[in-house]
Design a protein around this ligand. Sequence first.
Ligand code: CAA
Length: 392
Amino acid sequence: MVRPKAAHYDRVQEYPWEIRDALHEAGLFGVWIPKEYGGHGGGVLDLCLVVEELSRACGGVGVLFAVNALGSFPILLGGTDEQRAKYLPDIAHGKRLIAFGLSERNAGSDAGGVATNASDEGDHWLINGDKKWTTNGGAADIYSIFAVTDPTSRSRRISGIIVEKGDEGFEIGRSEDKMGIRCVPVVECHFRDCRVPKDRILGARAGMGFKHAMMTLDNARPGVAAQAVGLAQGALDLATVYTTQRVQFGKSISSFQMVQAMLADMAAQVEAARQLVYAAARACDAGAKNVTKLAACAKLFATDVAMKVTTDAVQLFGGYGYMRDYPIEKYMRDAKITQIYEGTNQVQRMVVARNLVKEAGRLDHLKAFIPLPDHPNTIADQERSEAATAGA
Ligand code: CAA
């Protein structure tokens, strides 16, 4: 269903409702949602396995599916029982699609810098502002958005709020013309005195939005990484078949050592990325402490692999690979966004490094082995000083 339609939807840049229907009929929208809310009770690993397989055929369909997990994680991780019971079953049953609205024109990597605000008007919130790059926007019925509810607070400034299609003052704006993932809409969302009931704030109290957004991204980044693994594997599959068929100098090009080396490196990179993604997904499901670092490692590693492998796959197709008639250049275009969204790979590296530094206390015992200019505390120093004392 997905592969034969991939080129068409890429060309026309339209939402593939027939593919959404097929995903719904297969019951896939409930994969990551707990059984008590109508889902299958799988976790991040199950989500990743589905995203990987879909992305192997079409990266756009991979994100079209995964973005519903991104949108629903704020409710799952930060919502009240009532909010979970109200929204998650419809998502699990494929009745309603959901999107995630964090980024703004001037708040991309600096997610804490959002300017959209929601003022407390007694029995409702009044939202004003604009969101940028909302994936699934327009197709979605529900939006988990993040807005400033307390401009005076440093750490409790932002809250997650649920907005529904049809809410007064909520409008979908311009739809972007994109390099890749063209079957899924990426839009601007506008809020002009948008009124939403008081109980739409995520969680029991306002001000927890930044934490909810970060926890969401920790759980969703393995999904982007799985999209990358699927794209890389899909490109490798096509390149392997092509190189065994393409004859030059009287032989299939797969018999040439330089081509074999490329295929082997691609295979090793894809497998390494896959294992890291599964490890990060399992850590999310286990509620492990180091999830933030591991999810960021998986996202940056797998998406860099996807860019490298899909680019090499185009190379192996030679002149044909550069042409739109062939399916391979789409993999390269679809792969590029995985290095950018849900946190650029520069942000992932910053997250990994910050966590490494934070964990450095665990390694204090190694200080004795590191010569520092003012602290002669290495083993060699000690031995020298012992020898000097013995000689004296
Ligand atoms: N889990 C829980 N809490 C966390 C956290 C985490 N992973 N990371 C940070 N926090 C908490 C901190 O403990 C801190 O709390 P206190 O104020 O109580 O101390 C607070 O959040 C602020 O943390 P930082 O000082 O680390 O925040 P920062 O401003 O330096 O930003 C950042 C950190 C990692 C750069 C973050 O802004 C970030 O992830 N940026 C990228 C945003 C992003 O991924 N956007 C993509 C949006 S989705 C998309 O791409 C579109 C789509 O539709 C697919």
